[in-house]
Structure formats: structure tokens, C-alpha cells
Design a protein around this ligand. Structure first.
Ligand code: NAP
Length: 309
């Protein structure tokens, strides 16, 4: 991929897609296509085919998906499976039909078995049962990875898949019914501060450890890999470091400026004790995350305040 290329970002209004668009513009890409849902329903195979034939992008990033937290995933199981399968097959199949040679598909770390050895290497894929709460979403994502691999194998396409860890940053979702853990904590801490409540509710014991990557770092990694013409197997993208939910909450409180205390609700489940990606393959390719968690949370909180404060 180079700056003369016409680059399309599917899902360009989302958390990941908008970061990709920012990174491409900042990197001097003048020909970026990021159709909104109103312009193009990416689950509609015929519409996608027509759009790709008309616009002929050289490169396609697939950051469009139906995404949500545990509750949404577990409740709308059929929607998560069906919508994601539709989105992926219309975009990956349509890209091939339109002759697009280079594509990056974004998956998620929930594709790995729930009891995978930590840190999780790419080789853990399909070695054990998935986490039941988001199994339909994970199965759809695994199908997308396998479709990219098959396109590469059968048709020689450079269709690659990357697996980002938990992401956060500008453009994130703060609806408590559907949001991920870090944006939910930012909102809960902000609201506790505003109401003058000392106690910040934390689900579970606070001991599980998780990894978080600032979304602009993810976008940088994706562009870096495409510029290097990466055409290898499935690749994890993360920081290689994890943090306990307890430490994370304290960090959010420090950034938000709330001097309360944590109140653990141990009636809520902890989930898996640790989830950390092994990023040694990515590091060997010469890329590393740059934004510290404190910096990243400060930038995310500034965006939250600008949009909802
Ligand atoms: N967020 C994370 O922590 C995380 C972690 C790992 C991997 N990922 C992966 O990154 C990718 C993007 O996630 P995200 O967090 O950026 O999600 P997001 O903020 O919900 O963005 C999803 C994007 O897809 C678009 N979209 C969905 N269905 C569409 C349709 N039928 N037609 C047109 N556009 C459609 C959305 O448009 P609207 O805005 O109009 O709905 C939005 O632009 C996903 O594959 C996800 O698995 C995310």
C-alpha cells in the first residue's frame, strides 16, 4: 500500500474505522473512501458489489462489524452471527470479484479458546472451546479469517487478518448496556464524581487481568503492516502488557480526578482470570504500541467530555 492508492475503510464511522481514517489522512493518503451506512449497507452483497465495481479501491480495510459487550453478545446471539457473516462475506467476496488484491480483516481476541494458554499465541486458534457468551460472534469472526486464508490460498489474494486486543479511545461507545469494560469505567467514574458519590462500583473481585490498546496505536499498526505489504498469517495486535481491573479503575479515577473508593460487587462474575495476547510476531515485524495507558485514558476521557460532558 502506498499514498497513491485508493484506500477504502468499511466501517469508517466506528471506533476502529474512524481511527484508520485519521491515520491514513495524517499519513498523506488523499484518496480515502469511507462510506457511511446511509451510503452503503455493507451487509447487502449486491450493493457492496456495485460500490466496489464503481469505486475500484486498491486496498480495503474491513472495520465494519456488529460489535458489543458481553450482555449484547449473549442476548442477541443470532444477530451477532448473521449480521457479521453477511458483512464479511459481502465485503470479502465482493472484493475478490472486483479484483481487489489487498485487504485487511479485523477480528477480535475472543476468537481464541476461553482456556487458551496465556499469553495467547496465534497458534491457539481452533484448539479448544470458545467462551460461550460471545461464541456466535467469535464463530463469525473465525469464518472471516478462514475466508481470507482461503482467498489467499485459492486465488493468490493478499487478504490478511489481524486480531486486536481490547481497544479504547476517541469515538468509543459509552452506553452501559452495550459498552466494553474501559469506556464503561470511564463513564461510571465520571458520573460518580459528578454526583459526589465516593463509591465506584466494580463488577466482580477486580482481580482479573486484561490488556488494552489505544485505538490510534491499532490504526498505526494496521497501516504499518499494509505499507510493509504484510501477507502472512493471522497476527495479534496488542501491547503485550496487562493490568488488573482494580488497577485499571484506580487509573481511571486518577485521570478523571475522582478520589473515591472501589466497591466490589462480588455477586457479578469475574470472567476468565487473565487475557493477554502474545505479540512477539508483531514485535519481530518492527511495530510496537506507543501510547501509555494513562495518556490513552486521558485522550479517551477528553473525547468523552467533548461529546457527553
Ligand atoms: N472495540 C474493541 O475493543 C475491539 C477489539 C478488538 C477487535 N475489534 C474489531 O474491530 C472491528 C471494528 O470494531 P469497532 O469497535 O470499531 O466497532 P464500532 O465502533 O461499532 O464500528 C462498527 C462500524 O461498522 C459499521 N457497520 C456495522 N454494520 C454496518 C452495515 N450493515 N452497513 C454499514 N456499516 C455498518 C458501523 O456503522 P454505524 O456507525 O452506522 O453503526 C460502524 O462504522 C470489529 O471487527 C471488531 O471485532 C474491536
Amino acid at each position: 500500500m502506498n499514498k497513491q492508492h485508493r484506500v477504502m475503510v468499511a466501517g469508517g464511522t466506528g471506533l476502529v474505522g474512524s481511527a484508520l481514517v485519521r491515520r491514513l489522512h495524517a499519513g498523506g493518503y488523499a484518496n480515502v473512501l469511507a462510506p457511511t451506512r446511509q451510503t452503503l449497507d455493507v451487509a447487502d452483497a449486491a450493493a457492496v458489489r456495485a460500490y466496489l465495481q464503481q469505486h475500484q479501491p486498491d486496498v480495503l480495510f474491513i472495520a465494519a462489524a456488529k460489535v458489543g459487550g458481553i450482555q449484547a453478545n449473549n442476548t442477541h446471539r443470532a444477530d451477532f452471527l448473521l449480521d457479521n457473516l453477511r458483512i464479511q462475506t459481502s465485503l470479502i467476496g465482493g472484493a475478490h470479484e472486483a479484483g481487489i488484491q489487498r485487504l485487511m480483516f479485523l477480528g477480535s481476541s475472543c476468537i481464541y479458546p476461553r482456556m487458551a494458554v496465556q499469553p495467547i499465541t496465534e497458534d491457539a486458534l481452533l484448539t479448544g472451546p470458545l467462551e460461550p457468551t460471545n461464541e456466535p460472534y467469535a464463530v463469525a469472526k473465525i469464518a472471516g479469517i478462514k475466508l481470507c486464508e482461503a482467498m489467499a490460498h485459492q486465488h493468490g489474494r493478499a487478504y490478511v487478518s489481524v486480531m486486536p486486543t481490547n481497544l479504547y479511545g476517541p469515538g468509543d461507545h459509552y452506553d452501559l448496556a452495550t459498552s466494553h469494560v474501559l469506556p464503561a469505567l470511564i463513564r461510571k467514574v465520571h458520573e460518580a464524581k459528578q454526583r459526589g458519590e465516593a463509591a465506584v462500583p466494580v463488577w466482580g473481585t477486580g482481580t482479573p487481568r486484561r490488556e488494552f490498546l489505544f485505538v490510534d496505536d491499532l490504526a498505526d499498526a494496521c497501516v504499518y503492516l499494509m505499507e510493509q505489504a504484510y501477507a502472512g498469517p493471522l497476527l495479534n495486535i496488542g501491547t503485550g502488557e496487562d493490568i488488573s481491573i482494580c488497577e485499571l479503575t484506580e487509573l481511571v479515577m486518577s485521570v478523571v480526578g475522582h478520589t473515591g473508593h472501589l466497591q466490589f460487587d462480588t455477586s457479578q462474575p469475574d470472567g476468565t482470570p487473565r487475557k493477554l495476547l502474545d505479540v512477539s510476531r508483531l514485535t519481530a515485524l518492527g511495530w510496537q504500541a506507543r501510547t501509555s495507558m494513562r495518556e490513552g485514558i486521558a485522550l479517551a476521557y477528553a473525547d468523552y467530555l467533548a461529546r457527553f460532558g
